[in-house]
Ligand binder design. Structure first.
Ligand code: BG6
Length: 514
């Protein structure tokens, strides 16, 4: 019988959002270590954590990949990447110190022997560096490689932990391409690792501003009173990017905006906005509430997709003054591709708090600006007082800026100074940068630290991922059967097609211009 690894007891002080301590010494094994994610995100994040004194000195990183190279070559490649992508400038002495903890292990993922030699090497590193047998395996590879890596980890016993130590796995997105594939993947992961040792990355959850949604809601007495269908007219969640498909057509054309962004990042933001207060701040209490929101999402099926969703693809245009080609002319995109690069939809959370409040979700590539935000639009005042003066009174809007210019603003109405009564919208604005005077850490910094500390709060649980797929699959199925009509076009550098405007206008609303 398979011996399942046991987890080290959680330090209660570090549980959930309360976390604030240095994780235990451990070895992080990165599969796919010569890839883009490791260069752009993981190594810079680890360096910044080390530079800020947030990692134990004995932290050890082992890169596992196919190409032949020495530790020295690997370190030098990573140094080049870190100098390019790190949030903080690289300090030579600190880098030299950090680089001394990085090692390279060459093997094919399919080669079982490579895992046996890895096991030996990890044991040696444990005794040389004092990493105490604690291991974190990071699957920074395409999902087609997950099964073979997990199987070899299991066959070589590397998934098991020794008494008093722990073994965990971090899985990158995409987590499946639909519900059946996600279930299959979850089953494969669970043959080797318990759910409590499985950390599914959604980097939006690591963003400082996403974590602040709960604090804004539950640490301030004024907002929660009005955070419901009685006061909120609708919610807008937008993630816009000026970038195009950027050489990722192989992946993106099979995925599209719905699977790439809505299934994970956007639905995660929606759950944090709509969830009930959890019973406490433990990972499961929070994730229980998020799952309930996903379960309450009304499925959009059959001909309803034409009413509740818009899918579109970018045509040529100009973004930030630069001429860009249309999606179909991007390298490796099939000329007849129907893949959507833009989605707008109306979601409904059918529960007591939100009945009747549309949650408009909008996401797209080649839009005029890169910005992610959540905006709660409140109901208007009764039309009985200032309306007699023929003035237009804007509704209150609370905006949570996830990125960039992280912060929160509240739009309200004020009297323009002067003898006549003129009402104008004004903004109360909080900016992270100026209020706290320090740069917000990168999402991967927080997430790596949490995984090392065994805190799964900011990672997607199995049932969250599966519920999100149920919502997305219903829409995809209807689209694929032709019920949403063909994919419409929008010019690059615009805010999407007119159909997206019509979606919100039906409720007397307009998309915010970001
Ligand atoms: C990724 C998507 O998960 O998120 C990309 O695959 C997208 O297509 C990216 O560009 C956006 O992330 P961020 O942090 O830049 O908003």
């Amino acid at each position: 019988m398979l011996h399942m690894p046991s987890d080290a007891p959680n330090n209660p002080l570090r549980e959930g959002l309360l976390s604030r301590s240095v994780p235990e010494p451990c070895t992080l094994v990165i599969f796919g270590a010569t890839g883009d994610l490791n260069h752009r995100k993981l190594i810079p994040a680890l360096y910044n954590l080390a530079a800020d004194g947030n990692l134990p000195p004995s932290i050890t990183v082992v890169g596992f990949a196919r190409r032949e190279k020495t530790d020295a070559q690997f370190r030098s490649e990573l140094e080049t990447a870190a100098r390019k992508f790190s949030r903080q400038k690289i300090n030579d002495e600190l880098w030299a110190n950090f680089a001394g903890s990085i090692f390279y292990h060459q093997s094919e993922f399919t080669n079982f022997e490579g895992f046996e030699t890895l096991a030996k090497r990890l044991d040696e590193l444990d005794s040389q560096r004092g990493t105490r047998g604690n291991r974190l395996f990071y699957l920074s590879v395409g999902p087609d490689q997950f099964p073979v890596i997990l199987e070899n980890l299991r066959k070589s016993g590397l998934n098991e932990s020794k008494p008093g130590s722990w073994t965990r796995v971090i899985v990158e997105k995409p987590f499946g391409t639909d519900l059946p594939s996600a279930i299959e993947l979850n089953n494969i992961v669970h043959e080797a690792f318990h759910e409590k040792d499985t950390f599914r990355i959604d980097h939006y959850l690591g963003k400082e501003t996403a974590q602040n949604i709960m604090v804004l809601r539950f640490a301030n007495s004024i907002f929660e009173q009005v955070w419901n269908a009685r006061y909120v007219h609708h919610v807008q969640i937008t993630a816009s990017e000026p970038l195009g498909v950027e050489g990722r057509a192989g992946y993106y054309d099979k995925s599209g905006a719905m699977r790439d962004m809505v299934q994970n990042h956007l639905l995660q933001l929606l759950t944090l906005t709509a969830m009930e207060p959890p019973t406490d701040l433990t990972a499961d209490a929070i994730r229980d509430e998020k799952v309930k929101v996903l379960r309450s999402l009304r499925k959009i099926t059959g001909k309803d997709v034409a009413k509740y969703t818009v899918r579109a693809q970018y045509a040529a245009g100009s973004v930030n003054g630069k001429e860009v080609v249309g999606y179909l002319d991007e390298q490796n995109v099939p000329k007849d591709s129907q893949t959507e690069t833009f989605v707008a939809l109306e979601a409904n959370v059918d529960n007591w708090r939100w009945a009747g409040v549309p949650f408009f979700v909008r996401v797209g590539k080649r839009l005029p600006k890169g910005a992610t935000e959540i905006a709660l639009h409140f109901k208007g005042v009764p039309p009985v007082l200032f309306h007699q003066t023929e003035q237009v009174i804007d509704d209150n809007v609370l905006v949570i800026r996830i990125q960039p210019d992280e912060g929160i603003s509240l739009r309200m109405s004020a009297k323009l100074p002067g003898s006549s009564l003129r009402i104008e919208p004004v903004k109360m604005d909080f900016h992270y940068g100026t209020s706290f005077g320090k740069a917000t850490p990168e999402a991967y910094e927080r997430l790596l630290l949490d995984a090392m500390a065994g805190d799964a709060t900011l990672f997607a649980r199995r049932d969250e991922v599966e519920e999100a797929w149920k919502f997305v699959d219903a829409i995809k199925e209807a689209w694929d059967s032709g019920q949403g009509g063909p994919v419409v076009k929008y010019d690059s550098g615009t805010w999407g097609p007119d159909e997206a405007d019509a979606l919100v206008k039906r409720h007397g609303a307009n998309w915010r211009r970001l």
